[in-house]
Write a protein that binds this ligand. Structure first.
Ligand code: ITT
Ligand code: NA
Length: 181
């Protein structure tokens, strides 16, 4: 069975394909589910997956991913609003905001929701790191300003990022459950 990843973000799909290689194939489906305004990534993905499954489910199970960057000194900003903030302020300005704080600690968090005819299940993953001035060409989104162990996520290839990242950890939990279903 193919997993249908409902997202407009090709970077997410590339990481899921890399991680789930040998487990299942991943098809990208662009469907604009209503993104709930909520502080809870779980709530956003659960509703998103249920709506996407209701629309597209006759062709198979769906997977939805909601991710946020949570800057500690900024009380978790931009968090669930990370996509909007990337589009409006941009990552360089998020870095500049963080650079004025004593602590540059930040966390990425991903919640994945899987929905099929019987259930909706969520899986999560997080990683802690430090914000830095942009470096690196790989990855996407906030990767150039997120440093982990001396390198930014944009200085890692997909496999290296997946081995430690928020999405990699969420995919690991998903793969474990999916394989043993
Ligand atoms: P979909 O909702 O269509 O899946 P999106 O890019 O809008 O795509 P999110 O709302 O989950 O997805 O993303 C929140 C923001 O965080 C957005 O600006 C992404 O580019 C960024 N982002 C998500 N995952 C990331 C990652 O692994 N590394 C860096 N930035 C990431
Ligand atoms: Na989004």
């Amino acid at each position: 069975m193919t997993v249908r990843f409902v997202t407009g973000n090709e970077g997410k799909v590339a990481e899921a394909r890399d991680y789930l290689e040998g487990i299942d194939t991943v098809e990208q489906v662009e469907y604009d589910y209503a993104e709930l305004q909520s502080d809870s990534l779980e709530e956003i993905v659960t509703r998103g997956a249920e709506e996407a499954y209701a629309e597209l489910g006759s062709e198979g199970a769906v997977l939805v991913d909601d991710t946020g960057l949570f800057v500690e000194a900024l009380d978790g900003f931009p968090g669930p609003y990370s996509a909007y903030v990337e589009d409006t302020l941009g990552i360089e300005r998020v870095w500049r905001l963080a650079s004025e704080e004593e602590s540059r600690r930040a966390r990425f968090r991903t919640v994945l929701a899987y929905a099929d005819e019987e259930r909706t299940e969520t899986f999560e993953g997080a990683v802690a790191g430090t914000l830095v001035a942009p470096r690196g060409e790989d990855g996407f989104g906030y990767d150039p300003i997120f440093e982990y162990n001396g390198r930014t996520f944009a200085e890692m290839d997909t496999e290296e990022k997946n081995a430690i990242s928020h999405r990699g950890r969420a995919l690991e939990a998903f793969a474990e459950w999916y394989g043993g279903r």
